[in-house]
Design a protein around this ligand. Sequence first.
Ligand code: FMN
Length: 226
Amino acid sequence: MNTDKKALLLIGSPKGESSTSASLGDYLISKLEQSGMKTERGFIHRLVNREEKIQNLFEMIDRADLIILTFPLYVDSLPAPVIKAMELIKEERDRLESKKPKSFIAISNNGFPEGFQNMTALHICRIFAEDCGFTWKGGLALGQGGSIAGRPLLEVGGMVRNVVKGLDITARAMIDGKDIPKEAIDFFSKKFIPNFFYNIVVNLGWRLQARKLGTKKEIRDKTYAS
Ligand SMILES: Cc1cc2nc3c(=O)[nH]c(=O)nc-3n(C[C@H](O)[C@H](O)[C@H](O)COP(=O)(O)O)c2cc1C
């Protein structure tokens, strides 16, 4: 049990509380809390636009021993507010004279079926952590993020049992001050729905949205296609 350490969960999805990023991060910090760790939670898109909020973000970072960034993949990278937060945090770290050691992990989820699509974004996170002088302890990648759709993981049920296992092992490793073990990465990234079924559901979702928005005819339009 570790009652001295503080963990900060930074949620990078503009969808906020109703995001898959929040579902994944909330489960992980609930496990850290059970071990006696103090935790704090912040939504990045609410912390980067006003000077006093940016100061709040810096203070949260300052208090944390472990920083957990959870975000959705946007165009093979990170959402704009997360990139802005990274730039601000790096500038602030450069200004600081004494720097308390901090560990950093990242959890990326995406809409395509394959979790490996998150790898570029996780490399960006590792480089950010190293540039800031944080100790990079690893990243978790999840495909088919739309199937969780912001629901608390324990309410999603058996479908996400491997995701839960991956997070349980990650929590244990964080409590023990270790890197995310490969076993956790492997459990977390296991597909929980066959691709063909996921694609049917996701494509149906797009068609329903298009119908609602009156854009059914444009759904197959391609940018820059002549
Ligand atoms: C602007 C935008 C860009 C996206 N780009 C990608 C992408 O490059 N690859 C991908 O697999 N999913 C992409 N997605 C889908 C999201 O990553 C996916 O819906 C994710 O589960 C959302 O997580 P959240 O609920 O935490 O926001 C994109 C979504 C948006 C809105």
